[in-house]
Design a protein around this ligand. Structure first.
Ligand code: NPW
Ligand code: ADP
Ligand code: K
Length: 511
């Protein structure tokens, strides 16, 4: 599923009208899909369609017409004057002209209080769509406030009114929808907070804009789902031995602070690295060894020994609870010199707050940086605010760093230095718990240790991490996450394995 900008969608619309379906046909398909969605989701209740003057309103006029045909009790309101409608919206309005009422009726109780919205009513929000360009005011603002204050169901067409399609930001106040129906591709607002949460459940409907057209106008930005990386994951064959499954080294913090590294190591083992080793100072070895059974431990006396131990791994993780110290900076530099694929997280990022360009000079293409927003701000000060769009800010960061950057959160963006990005919305807020980022770092390191590209390692890990959190539900703590991995991994494998490949060897005897 592609994520594209409003301008790119307008261009896709234009190209489709030129080479394929007319704008009116696209609008008809869009409005019809919304009417059907309303009817299927809420088969009973009064429906109120609120239209603005742009094409979003046009979709609303069409939806109204189909809802009537479906036998629904439905009313139609326009914010603005019929005479100001133009283009396809004007065409759509002409078919229902006699039914259009002024939106002021809804706002003026003395004029007609039968339109007071109540529980069980369904509002179709076709006020403003992708063309919303400024803060809401006047009747738009009043209607948004009125709708949000009721318990009526709301279906927003394309984006909830008040949401800016391209940023995930709200213009001021915005509709809180139960369902948002959009067309052929997602926009930033559907996946990036805070707008994304206001969309409710999102339904992407095919109105006739082809994948070729979207690929032509769009960038390589996709929703992060198994279909984009599942076939890139390595699976053992029947004869695989552990030395063929990669060796992950997790560099631990000092004694008493090794929990974060142990979480990463255990996650790395679960994700499939054949060997996982915790690398630490001698003083930290007893606590690590005592709590890690299959994970090995090795101690290093100085940075040269750390270099040698790290250079023999096929993947590395460093940063969780490493300490914001000069020593951490030296270790990062040394680990990067090995050229081994590496995840840098937490303190290994923060420690470069004062001179991020020094870090950027050391990074290579097999690195993954996994900052949360605070750590991102340390490395790329002001970038998020300047770009104003989390997806593009992360793409810019990946370009500056020259490696994959994962900007974590409820909407995690995984960006590759070549401009491609994947946005992950799959996960539960119970991931907001200490140590869940450490688990993620270990997972990414493990896939890289097994030979998966930095970009696919990060993408797969973020999704599986999210899936595990959904399996865990409420009360999840980071230690629990790993317990869900076997079932999730087995399911992914079952879906993509060739039909003649089985882990279990079946031999039947017949007489
Ligand atoms: N593939 C596609 O693309 C398809 C797209 N389709 C549909 O088209 C929609 C996009 O249409 P659109 O461009 O006409 O935008 P839309 O939001 O309806 O209106 C803009 C108007 O509102 C005004 N306005 C803006 N902000 C405002 C504010 N805060 N307060 C008040 N007014 C404000 C603005 O005025 P201006 O800012 O120019 O002065 C302009 O007059 C899209 O969301 C989808 O539903 C489908 O039909 C099928 C396929
Ligand atoms: N509200 C949320 N919804 C989904 N995922 C979340 C949410 N909050 C945090 N996460 C995820 O949880 C992890 C937290 O990582 P991080 O902030 O580094 O925590 P820690 O340092 O404690 O391990 C990230 O993968 C992030 O994407
Ligand atoms: K809308």
């Amino acid at each position: 599923m592609r994520i594209i900008s409003v301008n790119q969608m307008n261009e896709a619309d234009r190209r489709t009208s030129e080479f394929g379906l007319s704008g009116a046909s696209l609008m008809d398909a869009a409005g019809r899909a919304c009417a059907e969605m309303v009817h299927n989701t809420w088969p009973d209740g009064r429906v109120i369609v609120l239209c603005g003057q742009g094409n979003n309103g046009g979709d609303g006029f069409v939806a109204y017409r189909y809802l009537e045909q479906l036998g629904r009790q439905v009313s139609l309101f326009l914010i603005g004057d019929v005479g100001d409608l133009s283009g396809d919206a004007e065409g759509a309005a002409e078919l229902v002209l006699d039914d259009i009422q002024a939106a002021s009726v809804l706002l003026d109780k003395s004029e007609n209080d039968s339109f007071e919205l109540s529980e069980g009513d369904v509002v179709v929000d076709a006020m403003l769509g992708a063309g919303n360009s400024r803060p809401l005011e006047g009747e738009f603002l009043q209607l948004v406030q009125l709708i949000n204050a009721t318990k009526a169901h709301v279906l927003s067409i394309d984006v909830p009114t008040g949401v800016r399609g391209d940023t995930g930001a709200l213009s001021s106040e915005a509709i809180c929808a139960d369902i948002t129906v959009t067309f052929n591709a997602l926009k930033t607002a559907h996946v990036i907070e805070s707008a994304a949460s206001l969309c409710g459940a999102i339904s992407v409907v095919d109105v006739g804009i082809s994948e070729e057209t979207l690929a032509y106008v769009g960038d390589e930005i996709f929703l992060n789902r198994p279909d984009v990386w599942a076939d890139k994951l390595p699976w053992p064959t029947r004869s695989t031995h552990k030395h063929q499954r990669g060796s992950l080294g997790v560099v631990a913090g000092e004694a008493g602070k090794t929990g974060a590294a142990r979480l990463a190591a255990r996650a790395g083992l679960r994700v499939g690295a054949g060997l996982v080793t915790l690398l630490g100072h001698a003083s930290a070895i007893p606590e690590m060894a005592a709590s890690s059974l299959a994970v090995m431990t090795k101690d290093y006396a100085d940075i040269d020994e750390l270099y040698l131990l790290s250079a023999s791994q096929s993947g590395l993780v460093f940063g969780p609870a490493a300490g914001v110290t000069e020593g951490t900076r030296f270790k990062v530099a040394s680990l990067l010199q090995t050229g081994v694929p590496i995840v840098l997280d937490a303190d290994a990022l923060t420690v470069f707050k004062d001179d991020p360009s020094f870090l950027f000079g050391l990074l290579h293409e097999k690195c993954v940086l996994t900052p949360h927003e605070g750590e991102f701000e340390s490395l790329f000060p002001g970038l998020l605010a300047e770009v104003g769009n989390k997806i593009n800010a992360t793409r810019t960061a990946a370009n500056i760093a020259g490696c994959v950057v994962v900007l974590k959160g409820a909407d995690s963006v995984i960006a590759s230095p070549d401009g491609a990005a994947r946005v992950n919305v799959h996960g539960s807020p119970f991931l907001a718990t200490a140590g869940s980022g450490d688990v993620l770092a270990g997972m990414i390191g493990s896939w890289m240790a097994q030979g998966v590209s930095a970009y696919d390692s990060a993408s797969a890990s973020v999704w599986i991490h999210g899936e595990a959190s959904l399996s865990g539900g409420a009360g999840l703590i980071s230690e629990d996450l790993m317990d869900y991995f076997p079932r999730i991994l087995t399911r992914i494998y079952e879906e993509i394995r060739p039909s003649n490949v089985l882990w279990e060897r079946k031999i039947e005897f017949s007489t």
